[in-house]
Structure formats: C-alpha cells, structure tokens
Design a binder for this molecule. Structure first.
Ligand code: FE2
Length: 219
C-alpha cells in the first residue's frame, strides 16, 4: 500500500501551504472497519480508566476529556503536567496498549525514519462538539527525538500547527476520521492544537465526537 504521505494532495484544503519538515499528515490511512475497531478498543479502555476532564495548573479544566493506556499516562492538575504510573484516583494502573493500537502505529510509521517507534504511552482525548485544545508543546516526554503519532477517529477537526514559539503564526488544516499525524524532529516541538471540531461528521456509528489517540515514548 503506498504511503499516503507521499501523495501530492495531502492538504487539499490548504493547497498553497507546505507542512513543516517532520510533520506527516497521513490522510485516510485507516478504513472504516479499522476505525470502528480502534473506537471499540477506546471504549474498552474507558470502561477501565474513565475519561476525566483534567484541571489546569492555574484554573479551569480542559474542555477535552482524557484517559490513557500504557505504562504511564499523561495527567494535569494543580501540581502541573506529568506522566503518572497509574490512574489519578489511585484505582490502579492504566490499561495496556491494545494490539490494535500498536498495529495502527506500525501502519503510521511504516516507510518513515521512525519505523521502529515503540510507544510506551497513549494519551486519548475525547472532544465533544465544543471542545478544543489551545496551542501547546508536548514536552513532558524524556526523549524529544522520538515522534508523537496521532490517530484521529470520529468527528473531523481543524488541527493547528504553529512554530517553535507560542506567538508564531499557526496554520489549521482539517483532519478526518482515519487520518494519522506523525510529528517527529524537526517538527516535534512545534506548537500545535485543535481549533474546532466539526460536530456530526463522525463516520463511526457508535462515536459522536472525536477521539485523538496520541502515542508517545514518555519514559
Ligand atoms: Fe499535543
């Protein structure tokens, strides 16, 4: 199967824009049955580690709800951002990364220079119709030479990518269910976020909203 990253129409909605080096948008990587399988796996994780709205260090809560699977899970509260070895309520470890997730990651990095990427953590965000994520860097991981791989499921969204500084201009493009994003050096530390969700566009029967699965090498 050809790597969609090599196809010329990756950013059909922003044809004049060239993605930064290190960012791959793999449009339509996963067919509907694979998307549904991944969504079922998310639901199983959420049954054992429920979605929660983490608090920010200052005040307020994230509009996206999160859960995790893997050896550690990303969390935020008044103590700041960090990876936790277990669920924040002390109810036990995070569920293991399912095989279906690992197969999806393998598909996303196939043919790239991150072919051997072996995540130990997966942060799962759930975006309802009004959820968004402000521009931020992912910088709580130990090794920034490792990429972050994102799998998009459910509602489409406008995903933003900026520069190395928060004030740098950001460009938004649409990500759809079944897309993957690979964000490796030199794009690894660029600011990014989610500007809006296109509610009601999910092609997955049992998913109203958007999941983003972000695979990291955290430790
Ligand atoms: Fe992020």
């Amino acid at each position: 199967m050809p790597n969609p990253a090599q196809q010329p129409d990756l950013f059909a909605n922003t044809p004049a824009w060239t993605p930064p080096a290190g960012l791959l948008h793999l449009s339509g990587l996963f067919e509907c049955p694979e998307q549904a399988e991944l969504a079922v796996a998310v639901a199983e994780i959420a049954r054992r580690a429920p979605f929660r709205h983490p608090r920010m260090r200052g005040k307020g809560v994230f509009s996206a709800a999160i859960t995790n699977c893997g050896d550690v899970g990303w969390w935020s509260d008044e103590k700041g951002y960090r990876y936790l070895p277990g669920q924040p309520d002390g109810s036990g470890p995070w569920p293991a990364i399912p095989d279906a997730f690992r197969r999806a990651v393998g598909r996303a990095v196939a043919g790239t220079r991150w072919e051997g990427f072996a995540p130990d953590a997966c942060l799962i965000n759930f975006y309802g119709p009004d959820a968004k994520m402000g521009l931020h860097q992912d910088k709580d991981e130990a090794d920034f030479t490792q990429p972050i791989v994102t799998v998009c499921l459910g509602d489409a969204a406008d995903w933003m990518i900026g520069g190395p500084a928060r004030a740098d201009k950001a460009t938004a493009f649409r990500v759809n269910s079944g897309d993957a994003l690979v964000m490796g050096p030199p794009a690894r530390m660029l600011f990014h976020g989610v500007r809006r969700v296109h509610a009601g566009t999910s092609p997955i029967a049992d998913l109203a909203g958007r999941y983003s699965l972000t695979f990291r090498k955290a430790l």
